[in-house]
Design a binder for this molecule. Structure first.
Ligand code: SPV
Ligand code: MG
Length: 292
């Protein structure tokens, strides 16, 4: 069964499909071991890994290379964050082919003007393309996929851009009309009310599932999300990189303060844990078999 089929079936069957953001193969492995259902090849996380803002500075090649590396170290389906789709509908045609070939099970395309700016940054430039222009990009994405189970998820930034519920609902409906399999509705309000309101109205109007990314409104937990009835996928959008940065900052600070690693080593994972993640045992077995 293809990863795309696996994703489509699991999303249909599960009450709520939990997706963790990844920026590296090791973060993908840890997410799978922790019990997540899928992985998010996040633009924000990969940009942060390179010490760059999430403002379209990472190339498609960099993102595809990382996606391939992530997909090769996990059995979970990978949802690729392709931002605005690398330009207009012609760029989308090319991008979807590349991401499907690289092993993604789905792509998320957002209706911002290329080049995008991070949704979360205060006072960020948040311009959206015309609805019909984005419909063309969705149609191109649907046309480009080879596996018909490969999900095309349309993301509207109408709430992020401050355009209100009516505009967000109109855009979501137009994107479904253009062929989108799911709608990602994003908000940066700390109060989850904006998302909850959208999700409730959407439920009355459409059977198409919603995807949400509770980065700005963390108190909207799985129980509350399930009650909304229309959200099928939750993406934990930047938690991997934030957890990694916290862990490194704490450890590095203590090493400087203590003038050595004599204390910190007890509070970080032992080297054996890294050997386990690297598959070192197998290397030992293979050495015995093949080194002559
Ligand atoms: C990402 O993780 O790259 C996202 C989610 O697109 S957010 O950063 O909240 O826009
Ligand atoms: Mg992104």
């Amino acid at each position: 069964m293809s990863q795309a089929r696996k994703l489509k079936d699991s999303v249909a069957k599960k009450g709520l499909f939990h997706v963790m953001a990844t920026h590296s193969p090791i973060s993908a492995m840890l997410a799978e071991e922790a019990g997540f259902d899928g992985l998010w090849a996040s633009g924000f996380e990969l940009s942060a890994l390179y010490g760059l803002p999430d403002a379209w500075l990472i190339t498609m090649t960099q993102h595809l290379d990382m996606l391939r590396a992530i997909a090769s170290k996990s059995t979970l389906p990978v949802i690729a964050d392709i931002d605005t789709g690398y330009g207009n509908a012609i760029n989308v045609l090319h991008a979807v082919k590349e991401y499907e070939r690289a092993g993604a099970a789905a792509v998320v395309i957002e209706d911002k003007v290329f080049p995008k700016m991070s949704s979360l940054v205060a006072g960020g430039r948040q311009e959206l393309v015309r609805i019909d222009e984005f419909q063309g990009k969705i149609e191109a994405a649907c046309d480009a996929r080879i596996d018909k189970d490969f999900l095309i998820i349309a993301r509207t930034e109408a709430l992020i851009a401050g355009l209100g519920q009516d505009e967000a609902l109109a855009r979501a409906k137009a994107y479904v009309d253009a062929g989108a399999d799911m709608i990602l509705i994003h908000s940066k309000q700390e109060d989850p009310n904006e998302i909850e309101q959208f999700a409730r109205v959407w439920k009355e109007r459409s059977d198409v599932g919603l995807v949400i990314v509770p980065n700005a409104y963390p108190e909207l937990d799985a129980t509350r999300i399930k009650e909304l009835g229309s959200v099928r996928v939750v993406i934990y959008g930047n938690y991997g990189i934030r957890a990694a940065v916290k862990g490194m900052k704490d450890a590095f600070k203590r090493i400087i303060e203590n003038g050595g690693v004599q204390h910190v080593h007890k509070d970080i994972v032992p080297v054996d844990e890294i050997f386990r993640l690297q598959g070192m045992d197998k290397v030992k077995v293979d050495e015995k078999r093949f080194l002559k």
